[in-house]
Design a protein around this ligand. Structure first.
Ligand code: CO
Length: 217
């Protein structure tokens, strides 16, 4: 094993010792089950660790991380995490968190061919296309920052269009959904949406009202 890998395992032993020194029953309680209040949907970027930047502990936050924090309606991993978090764990809040300097957003701004990953980042390109009237007038650095923000807002909208979230809201249940951006250069998180707990902001064609006439052919 390389030294760095061994270091990780030594760090783990130190973590266990430190936790037990604070609370001898810590792991016993942790193993009893999870009751997180939050679902975090964030970027895979290693500089945006959700627990460190929010001061949360193991057990506080259910987490799904993807490149560029995208909520793609055909992504079974995202949908499964979302359904489990909302319907079984009954999280109170879903936070979509983007970050300035996001490599995925940056890649989607250019015309370079990155292979398969471009299919994933297409969602960001679509957002850029849609908001081009406001993005196109900005110089590149400002456009990059604004696209990061718009991408988060769009993913919050995408969340609101899922059956899981709409079913919860129709039943008068949580979660509230939130769009945040993390600033790598300062360490601060900022809100970029309000606290959303209803589908009034969603276009009528994206709402589900009841049983349909059958699946489309
Ligand atoms: Co990123």
């Amino acid at each position: 094993m390389s030294g760095r890998i061994e270091q990780l395992l030594r760090n783990n032993q130190a973590f266990v010792a430190a936790q037990l020194a604070l609370d001898p029953g810590y792991f016993e309680k942790l193993s009893e089950g999870q009751h997180p209040e939050f679902l975090w949907i964030g970027c895979s970027d290693c500089r945006v660790p959700p627990d460190s930047i929010t001061g949360t502990e193991p057990g506080d936050m259910f987490v799904h991380r993807t490149l560029a924090n995208l909520v793609v309606q055909t992504n079974m991993t995202l949908l499964s995490v979302l359904q489990y978090a909302v319907e079984v764990l009954q999280v109170q809040h879903v936070i979509v968190c983007g970050h300035y300097g996001c490599g995925g957003v940056k890649a989607a701004m250019g015309d370079a061919d990155h292979g398969l990953i471009d299919n994933w980042l297409r969602t960001v390109k679509d957002t850029q296309d849609y908001f081009w009237p406001q993005l196109g007038v900005l110089e590149e650095a400002a456009r990059f920052r604004r696209l990061v923000e718009l991408n988060v807002i769009e993913q919050v909208n995408n969340l609101g269009k899922t059956h899981v979230i709409q079913d919860a809201w129709k039943a008068g249940r949580r979660p509230m959904i939130h769009g945040w951006v993390f600033d790598l250069a300062s360490g601060f998180l900022r809100r970029h949406t309000g606290e959303i707990n209803g589908n009034h902001a969603i276009h009528e064609v994206c709402k589900f009202h009841g049983a349909g006439a059958g699946a489309p052919a």
